[in-house]
Design a binder for this molecule. Structure first.
Ligand code: NAD
Length: 174
């Protein structure tokens, strides 16, 4: 049994994240994936508009929609810590054991490599479209095309929690 790790902020979860997770569980050759929701303490900012709980909900709904079973993933929200050097040890304390790390984030890649982990860069899936930064920009500008870039269950959830309204309010001036 090989267990992998995938770290993200998922602000919001988009189809690029889902494809990366699908890839790790197929081409990446792991049986199980621990999905860490990073920056769990963050919410209600332009870069991190959604709470950790809301991001758990997005993952539960989005992965179910794409047929990724709960028996293959473990979702764990994790707060950031001030010391990058010990972040990997901190994750080792909080998580079950994992053998391989999937990431394209250069800092995450570097920190795990320094601790001797095997780090695999998943392929890029339409990065120019499937980008959380771009999705947040589309939401702020009132462009509805963001909906096609996230799982439809996630678009519905964001609507339920009035997520776009929140983001646009955060982007407005006082
Ligand atoms: P993210 O949601 O932006 O990305 C998550 C992963 O998805 C990354 O590997 C990214 O490359 C990948 N991805 C995104 N779009 C893709 C696409 N279209 N195709 C393929 N892959 C795609 O999250 P992030 O910002 O990388 O998350 C890293 C987290 O780790 C943050 O929360 C950060 O704070 C945390 N962190 C914390 C510490 C600390 O606490 N000291 C240190 C390092 C990292």
């Amino acid at each position: 049994m090989v267990r992998g790790l995938f770290v993200g902020r998922f602000q919001p979860l988009h189809l690029g994240h889902v494809m990366a997770i699908e890839w790790a569980l197929s081409g990446g050759g792991v049986d199980e994936l621990v999905i860490v929701i990073g920056s769990a303490q963050e919410s209600h900012t332009l870069r991190n508009p959604f709470t950790a709980g809301e991001r758990v909900e997005m993952l539960l709904r989005g992965l179910r929609e794409h047929g990724i079973g709960r028996d293959r993933v473990l979702i764990v929200p994790v707060q950031d810590i001030a010391m990058n050097f010990v972040w990997v040890r901190y994750l080792e304390m909080l998580l079950p054991r994992f053998e391989v790390v999937f990431t394209r984030n250069p800092l995450v890649e570097r920190l795990f490599s320094e601790y001797g982990y095997r780090v695999v860069g998943q392929p890029l899936f339409s990065r120019e479209s499937y980008s959380a930064t771009r999705i947040r920009e589309l939401m702020i500008s009132g462009d509805e095309s963001w909906r096609s870039l996230v799982p439809s269950s996630v678009a519905e959830f964001i609507e339920e929690i009035k997520g776009v309204e929140r983001l646009r309010r955060l982007a407005s001036r006082d």
